[in-house]
Design a protein around this ligand. Structure first.
Ligand code: GLN
Ligand code: ZN
Length: 775
């Protein structure tokens, strides 16, 4: 295809870039600072050097406007709290423990992020539907905002001094307030958004400071506007941008949205007195294209078009993006090209993945490669596609190699998946029949006790894995260590009197990676780190092709464990939706299809476990709730395939084989129906901190199967007393009858220490026995 050059030159830009540096230098420097090995000065120098490198990379790649202020020592929402002076009193008092002034500022910041011996940190939660976590602002009716533009101004000056054309990026005021929660001690129904009028003058001051420091444009990120918003929220948006737009002394404003379509907020922002709007055109956000035409486009405004997926790692379809961009040319005065969101959510550089199969390597685009794609698209849009003919040809070849590869098209997997019928996704017997068969087969007491799967991952276990990798021990030596650990975990559980045992998952580095390493179609990266929170980075496995299971994955360890004891040992698998949620997933077919392939592989594992004598099999789906689409309109369709994939995994077993699932969140309200659709015999759910609320929610919904609402909060080292556990159980019995109530912790025990786990589980068993005796 060929297109005519656009009237105004399209600019290439990004909203944010990976922060950590190629060798995770930032993580090392910050953790060194925490340990006292790196001085505040040295940390600041490392940070400035990493910013310089990132901007240089962007500019050299041809980016016209680099972002500033997206860098962070921990989290950009926390940086925003500092910028507007929303620092909780308990953290203000941390500052000034007899240290140098600049260290005090850093220490106060890190105290908010991580807490100290004396004060709790801010709460952390997921940034929309990504795997990045931000620190939740704590606000109340007495919050006084004060502007502190130091960081924003300094980073802008840094970039300008290096000769870059730069655009500061801030979290927008509406999103900031919508992400906040009532501070401790403030009424739970307090709505932080009511503080808008107090917050806007602070933003006005920061904008003026940035203007004075040389900012032509400032970007205000408002991703909260892609979620369902009330008419009142939309009025707030209109008011916020009328006020900010009306300021006399300000830079031009670019309001950015991403992660989904703007929906009802689009006409509001299109009319607002701002100079630019950034829209996502990938995935479900592609609906922005028609919506934009419907509102008559953006007259007199700059449109920044997020056509390159900023959250996944595959090469863009450049020709398709050019078509989208061509359509957009008629809908705004100026069209610029960007990724759909900050590149924070992808790793830095695919070119460093030298171990990856070369055919797969061609399909990968991390932050650096995406930047090049953006620049190429901007050039194509401005100067015509002839000028980028070579890039387009290479891109087409990459896409064709992917589509035609045996890795992405395994005929056996496809045929099996296509043959799946509804009957394959249903257990042959209705629940009451299964329950009776399981009662007879398992012979468990009322209020049976169990755990969620993992036991403490000790230093010895991590060392054993490291020794194996380094060749200091061989496979046999490693397996002996794992077997010894399993025996110890089992003997503790038997002594403590737990009814359904687990092997403790000592062989698993991570609940997704462990399976990804054994499934065909998945591969691992060496440098594919992305920030999860603070200095914690994860390296998600890459689900690149059709999924199959060459060999059983867990039978060896579960079978070993079962051979050691007469009590039932639960088999333990990670469910299909969680496998997808915590991986980079192929984008060349619907997620539902990928989930079905993973489900079929897991279904075989379930069958092998059953054949090996496993009477209870748990399939964890902790991510089922967190992957819920941002827009409620999209949720029903998602839940249909997500619950179907779970049922496909678990429905091939006999009536007497008991299927468990486990999920952990504080809020189950959104997925009570889905829990029913999963049709697990037993569900263990997080509940300790919400005082068994889920038991009552399920009771009200008429949920018919067995549940284990957690009675031990494993997020804290605190040991719950047996009276406390018994009280929670009695509360649970207020909703769920004794025949259907299980006794278990909230989640796995992997992150806890042995002594507290032992004491807590002993108390849990004591409480179960005590309450049993009163029934
Ligand atoms: N079985 C897993 C464990 O016990 C479940 C972890 C999770 O829910 N995140 O660790
Ligand atoms: Zn859990």
């Amino acid at each position: 295809m060929t297109s005519k050059p656009a009237a105004a030159a399209a600019r290439a830009t990004v909203y944010g870039y990976p922060r950590q540096g190629p060798e995770r230098e930032l993580k090392k420097a910050i953790e060194g600072y925490w340990k006292g090995r790196v001085t505040a000065d040295a940390l600041q120098r490392t940070a400035a050097e990493l910013r310089r490198q990132a901007w240089q990379q962007l500019t050299e790649a041809g980016v016209d406007e680099v972002p500033t202020g997206d860098f962070s020592f921990y989290d950009h929402v926390l940086d925003t709290s500092v910028m507007v002076g929303a620092i909780p009193d308990r953290h203000r008092s941390v500052v000034g423990h007899g240290k140098a002034v600049d260290a005090d500022a850093l220490d106060g910041y890190f105290a908010m992020a991580r807490g100290t011996q004396e004060v709790a940190p801010l709460e952390m939660t997921k940034w929309f539907d990504t795997n990045y976590h931000y620190l939740v602002p704590e606000l109340g009716p007495n919050t006084v905002f004060t502007a502190d533009s130091t960081k924003q101004v300094a980073e802008l000056r840094e970039a300008l001094a290096l000769g870059h054309s730069a655009r500061p990026v801030l979290v927008g005021p509406v999103t900031y307030l919508l992400l906040a929660k009532p501070a401790p001690g403030v009424a739970a129904d307090f709505q932080p958004i009511t503080l808008l009028d107090r917050l806007l003058p602070v933003y006005a001051e920061v904008l003026a400071d940035l203007r004075a420091a040389g900012a032509d444009w400032v970007q205000l990120d408002e991703p909260a506007l892609v979620q369902d918003r009330t008419p009142a929220d939309l009025n707030t948006v209109a008011r916020a941008y009328r006020d900010l737009g009306g300021l006399a002394d300000r830079p031009k404003l670019l309001v950015a949205s991403y992660f989904d379509r703007l929906g009802e907020a689009l006409p509001v922002l299109a009319k607002a007195p701002i100079e630019g709007l950034a829209l996502d055109f990938t995935g479900p956000a592609a609906a922005n294209l028609d919506a934009l035409a419907t509102v008559g486009g953006l007259r007199g405004k700059r449109l920044v078009a997020g056509v390159v997926d900023g959250r996944n790692i595959w090469i863009n379809n450049l020709a398709a993006s050019l078509t989208t961009l061509g359509t957009l040319l008629g809908l705004a005065d100026q069209v610029d090209v960007a990724a759909s969101c900050s590149l924070l959510h992808v790793p830095l550089d695919a070119a460093r993945e030298r171990d990856v199969d070369p055919q797969v390597a061609r399909w990968l685009a991390f932050a650096r490669q995406k930047t090049t794609e953006i620049v190429t698209l901007a050039r194509g849009l401005t100067q015509g596609t002839d000028l980028i003919a070579a890039e387009l040809a290479a891109n087409r070849a990459g896409l064709e190699s992917r589509a035609g590869s045996a890795l992405t098209r395994d005929p056996a997997v496809r045929a099996r998946s296509a043959a799946v019928t509804d009957a394959d996704t249903r257990r042959p017997q209705a629940y009451p029949e299964r329950a009776a068969a399981q009662r007879a087969a398992l012979g468990l007491p009322l209020l049976p006790t169990t755990t969620i799967g993992s036991f403490p991952q000790t230093a010895e276990l991590r060392n054993a894995r490291a020794d194996l990798r380094a060749g200091r021990i061989d496979t046999a030596g490693y397996e002996q260590r794992i077997e010894a650990e399993i025996r110890e975990v089992l003997s503790f559980q038997e002594k403590a009197g737990i009814d359904v045992l687990v092997h403790g998952e000592p062989e698993r580095n991570d609940m997704v990676q462990y399976f990804a390493e054994q499934l065909t179609g998945y591969f691992a990266t060496r440098h594919g780190w992305v920030q999860s929170y603070g200095t914690r980075y994860v390296r998600p496995p890459v689900l690149a092709g059709d999924i199959s299971r060459p060999e059983p994955m867990t039978v060896r360890w579960t079978g070993y464990a079962q051979a050691q004891t007469d009590r039932p040992v639960k088999g333990m698998l990670t469910g299909p939706v969680t496998m997808l949620a915590w991986s980079f997933v192929r984008d060349d077919q619907p997620l539902a299809e990928t989930a079905r392939q993973v489900a079929l592989a897991l279904r075989d594992e379930v069958a092998d476990l059953e054949a090996a004598g496993t009477a209870v099999i748990q399939v964890d789906e902790p991510a089922l709730r967190e992957t819920l689409p941002l827009r409620t309109a999209d949720r029903a369709a998602y839940l249909v395939w997500a619950t179907e994939a779970f049922r496909l995994t678990t429905s091939g077993v006999r009536a007497e084989t008991q299927i468990h699932t486990h999920m952990c969140y504080v809020e189950f309200g959104d997925i009570l129906n889905a829990l029913d659709d999963m049709d697990a015999d037993v569900s263990s759910l997080e509940a300790a901190r919400s005082h068994m609320e889920v038991a009552h929610q399920l009771a009200r919904a008429g949920y018919p199967r067995e549940v284990g609402p957690g009675v031990y909060d494993i997020h804290s080292p605190r040991i719950p007393g047996s009276d406390e556990v018994a009280a929670l159980l009695r509360k649970g019995l207020g909703g769920i009858p004794a025949e259907r109530l299980w006794v278990n912790p909230d989640c796995g025990l992997k992150t806890r220490g042995w002594p507290e786990v032992q004491a807590s589980l002993e108390n849990l068993v004591t409480a179960a026995r005590e309450v049993r005796n009163t029934l």
